[in-house]
Design a protein around this ligand. Structure first.
Ligand code: NDP
Length: 292
């Protein structure tokens, strides 16, 4: 069994590569610069050369705030997804396809928690790019009968995420204080809440989606919302410190983001047998233990 992973050098790409290789797959990874994923002919050539049975499309510009400065990169998510599906339809419609979508397709949702029927109302270029990719997936599935599935992924973390993502920032900040390299951790809105999971659980869900007889879209989430305050409290408590003595709030970092993005993954539980294996407290401890 051979799989092709785009974005294979990122957080999820490396975990997915390890998962698939442990299952006996031959994995071919594509990184930035290896192939123009928006060019159907180039992707056709790639698929003919690699001959995968499964394609996992993880490549994307993934930091939401920078998508405002580079909307073309964010919106290319739909173009890339479409080119991959068009190439699959041309080369071998039996190839199974996974698209990494995001909770950001929901924007500021009216309903909590969000599920696969929650309306898409993205309010960032990043969310708009991911939403367009999901519509393309649904179109190729319905009109070209491809085995194409989107995972609507809520935040998932690991030591492999860079420090501009908040859980990594907190974990590294705690480590810096313990080591005496810093005496405070500066954060923004402590009341902001997110649904944070453990990245290896999320790549397992990607694989499960492609093992189903029928393709479909699935919300992948823990179903729990936790605040930045809870995150900081647990991270400092794990090294025996009181977070209130070290955390300083910079009003300039408060984005006023009151969105309640929390996912209802009951469809994935029922059909894929998927469930997260790591609690929020364990996740925070894993991040702090691994931080430098
Ligand atoms: P990363 O940023 O760690 O990985 C994305 C990878 O895609 C990077 O290696 C990047 O390369 C690569 N890439 C970007 N553009 C291209 C391109 N044009 N061609 C080839 N490769 C490219 O993200 P994650 O692993 O965390 O996320 C994986 C996927 O899941 C992404 O699509 C993301 O949007 C989605 N997702 C992730 C969530 C999360 O919480 N982690 C939540 C929701 C969705 P480079 O390093 O050179 O930039």
């Amino acid at each position: 069994m051979r799989a092709l992973i785009t974005g294979s050098r990122g957080q999820d790409g490396t975990y997915l590569t390890e998962l698939l290789e442990a299952k006996g797959y031959d994995v071919v990874g594509i990184g930035r610069g290896d192939c123009d994923l928006g060019d159907v002919d180039a992707v056709v050539g790639l698929l003919r050369e690699v001959a995968p049975r499964e394609v996992y499309n993880l490549a994307a510009a993934t930091f939401v705030p920078t998508s405002w400065d580079d909307p073309a990169a964010a919106l290319s998510a739909g173009v890339t997804c479409g080119a991959l599906l068009a190439a699959i339809a041309r080369v071998d419609p039996g190839i199974r396809f996974f698209q990494a979508s995001s909770a950001d397709v929901f924007g500021t949702p009216d309903e909590v928690p969000q599920n696969e029927r929650t309306p898409y109302r993205p309010h960032s270029p990043y969310g708009a790019g991911k939403a367009s990719a999901d519509h393309v997936v649904a179109a190729y599935r319905a009109q070209k009968q491809l085995h194409a599935s989107s995972g609507i992924l809520f935040n998932h973390e690991s030591p492999r995420r860079p420090a501009h993502f908040l859980p990594a920032k907190v974990a590294q900040g705690v480590r810096a204080i313990v080591a005496g390299r810093a005496d405070e951790l500066v954060l923004g809105d402590l009341d902001a809440k997110r649904d944070w999971g453990w990245a290896p659980d999320y790549v397992r869900a990607m694989w499960l989606m492609l093992q189903q007889d029928e393709p479909d879209d699935y919300v992948i989430a823990t179903g729990e919302a936790h605040s930045v305050r809870e995150l900081a409290e647990l991270a400092f408590a794990h090294v025996g410190l009181d977070w209130q003595q070290y955390v300083r709030v910079d009003p300039g970092l408060v984005r006023g983001d009151e969105r309640m993005l929390v996912g209802d993954a009951s469809k994935a539980h029922a059909r894929l047998g998927w469930a997260p294996s790591v609690t929020f407290e364990q996740l925070v401890q894993l991040l702090v233990d691994a931080a430098a």
